[in-house]
Design a protein around this ligand. Structure first.
Ligand code: C2E
Ligand code: CA
Ligand code: CA
Length: 419
């Protein structure tokens, strides 16, 4: 085909099609259901790719299409058609499913001139489509190749970092907004790489998720955080709680609950000294396994906090069922409090939701006193942010705690548990 295109000076395109969330569907419908779905998807691809198209199954839920004679415009039209065809609901046994796919596209001759390389480019573009939110297509661009190479380099550097102890922890005080008393510390991971420099967690945490390293990373942080808390308690520095961020990928591992319990007991810490922050995205998965893990963690007495609350799409009904004891008002609302009436409305609404569900609300990103006062006036009692302290390394955090209200250091344990 490629030879013919080359000789005729004609265009050709390659589409890399990957089903979205196929693993979940396979898990919930069983393999025979998954197979039915794959057969139906293959049928749709053949039916909508056009007469001369070549359709091949690469593996699992991945398909490749070659469209001889298709230039950019025609390929885009085909891509659009395929996405629409894909989304038609499908009955498997008694379930109705709306499949969707992410499609990456590469073009001959502009992107490459071997089929292997074109397929590679289309695959890169497919990953870009996934990252951009799934159920869409993307054309390959050369930047994707650079980005992919940089990503690979960073990924292997992260593997090394976990082995070579290049990571360390910062601690950011969470305080009572009224008087600045310490409520708890949030643990934030830091990575200083000899060559890449300081890599922000917003960059490498998602990378760790994709690379299957998140379980290792989150457990490393949990272990170090508990060790630090135990050391502080030993020195007589009363830290009420530490909050550790746990990614969705770690909650999907059923071993998390026992690992948490073991870590606490190894350091002689009570369960209520630990808060795990989870993100709203986790709720959207509505997965029985995750719910069981969350319940098992809660049953130990470890408390759970809903991070970045207000930014996702979590259903309030589901939130009520989860044993969450606190909400964190996302900093994007707090930062715009002075300038944006809508941010004020939303912040108040979130605070009221927290209130009515009897949850503690901790505001993030409090940078000035006007924000602090507004939050207090709306009934939000806890906050963290640069106004109180930046994230600090362990020594600086200890200094900060010693200098804060020495007389009131033995702050009472916050008591906001719902159940
Ligand atoms: P997050 O959990 O929402 O953490 C709060 C982020 O806000 C932190 O960014 C913190 O440094 C920043 N911040 C604190 N106060 C202020 C403020 O007053 N103004 C502004 N503009 N920002 C403030 P950081 O440390 O870069 O962390 C980013 C994200 O990375 C975290 O968001 C969290 O989702 C993730 N992350 C950090 N550490 C870990 C970790 O140990 N494990 C996992 N799984 N994720 C982590
Ligand atoms: Ca957090
Ligand atoms: Ca947050």
């Amino acid at each position: 085909l490629l030879l013919a295109a080359r000789q005729a000076g004609a265009a050709l395109s390659v589409l890399f099609v990957d089903l979205d969330r196929f693993k979940y569907i396979n898990d919930s419908l069983g393999h025979s259901g998954g197979d039915k779905m794959l057969r139906e998807v293959a049928k749709r691809l053949v039916a909508h790719a056009g007469e001369s198209a070549l359709v091949a199954r690469l593996s699992g839920d991945e398909f490749a299409l070659v469209l001889p004679g298709a230039d950019r415009t025609r390929t885009i039209a085909t891509g659009q058609r395929l996405l629409v065809a894909m989304r038609q609901p499908l009955r498997i046994d008694h379930a109705s499913i709306a499949p969707s796919a992410s499609i990456g596209i590469s073009l001959f001759p502009s992107d490459g001139d071997t089929l292997d390389y074109l397929l590679h480019c289309a695959e890169m573009a497919m990953y870009d489509a996934k990252a951009a939110g799934r159920n869409l297509f993307r054309l390959f661009s050369i930047e994707m190749n650079w980005a992919a190479q940089e990503r690979l380099a960073l990924e292997s550097a992260l593997r090394d970092a976990l082995l070579n102890e290049e990571l360390h922890l910062n601690f950011q005080p969470q305080v009572f907004l009224r008087d600045g008393r310490l409520y708890g510390l949030e643990v934030l991971v830091r990575w200083h790489h000899p060559h890449f420099g300081k890599v922000p967690p917003d960059r490498f945490v998602p990378l760790a998720e994709d690379a299957g390293l998140i379980g290792t990373l989150d457990r490393w942080v949990l272990e170090r955080a508990c060790a630090q808390l135990a050391a502080w308690r030993h020195e007589g520095i009363p830290v009420p709680t530490i909050s550790v961020n746990i990614s969705p990928g770690s909650f999907r591992d059923p071993a998390l609950a026992t690992d948490v319990a073991e870590t606490l007991s190894r350091h002689g810490l009570p369960a209520h000294a630990l808060v795990l922050e989870m993100t709203e995205g986790l709720l959207m998965e509505d997965d029985a396994g995750i719910a069981a893990t969350v319940a098992a963690i809660h049953a130990q007495g470890v408390r759970l906090s809903m991070d970045d609350f207000g930014t996702g799409y979590s259903s309030l009904g589901y939130l009520r069922q989860l044993p969450v004891h606190q909400l964190k008002l996302d900093k994007s609302f707090v930062i715009d409090l002075e300038s944006d009436a809508a941010a004020r409305e939303l912040a108040s609404a979130v605070i009221r939701i927290g209130d009515s569900l009897k949850l503690a609300v901790v505001a993030e990103g409090v940078e000035n006193d006007a924000q602090r006062q507004f939050l207090l006036s709306q009934g939000c009692h806890m906050g963290q942010g640069y106004l109180f302290s930046r994230p600090l390394d362990a020594d600086a955090a200890a200094q900060w705690m010693k200098s804060q209200h020495p007389a009131e250091r033995a702050a009472p344990q916050p008591n906001h548990s719902l159940r």
